[in-house]
Design a protein. Sequence first.
Length: 225
Amino acid sequence: MIAVIVPAHNEEAQLAACLQSLARAAACPALAGEAVRVIVVLDDCSDGTAQVAAAQRVHTMECKARNVGTARALGAQQALAAGARWLAFTDADSEVAPNWLSQQLCQQADAVCGTVQVRDWSPHGDAVRAQFDALYQDRDGHRHIHGANLGLTAQAYSAAGGFPPLATGEDVALVQRLEERGLSIAWTAGARVTTSARKHFRAPAGFGATLLQLGGALAVLPAVL
């Protein structure tokens, strides 16, 4: 079984599109009918996120962490207990390509780091988009790490100790542990995810914060591109 874990804190406006894209990816013919379990981790939600998830008939679990590393780890724990052989991770404000899961699996690696593209640049404007395009390597062999586009075997996840309880950078920390253990990582542009460029982002030094940094609004955050 393949499991997809989606952490969500007050994502009622974004989650339906994310889950609909995951349903399409789960139905990809290249998966040959293998079961796909989508787990939404409701992290201290006070809006209608739970109702959106219920309407899409996905698995849910709740926590009060307000911490994306903890939320991802809890979802992974449930997936492993259910017998998942492959764990895929994305974010509630993101939409995956119809072949996202099959592209991860066909890399035949212990882990897969994919790329992202921005759905709508209007919150930032053309100057930030130009900066992003100049710096971002949307190609095979890139070295970008995104929690919105990450997959790995159950064995690799366990060997690396899972996600640490970090509010930002939990994805980078996990991939670094994979590298330290000599596990194979595919850096591919084939597994594609479209994400938001919203300014009211969740991770304090994640992708959204990096876009603000490119625009000069934040000068001291480390770039995660």
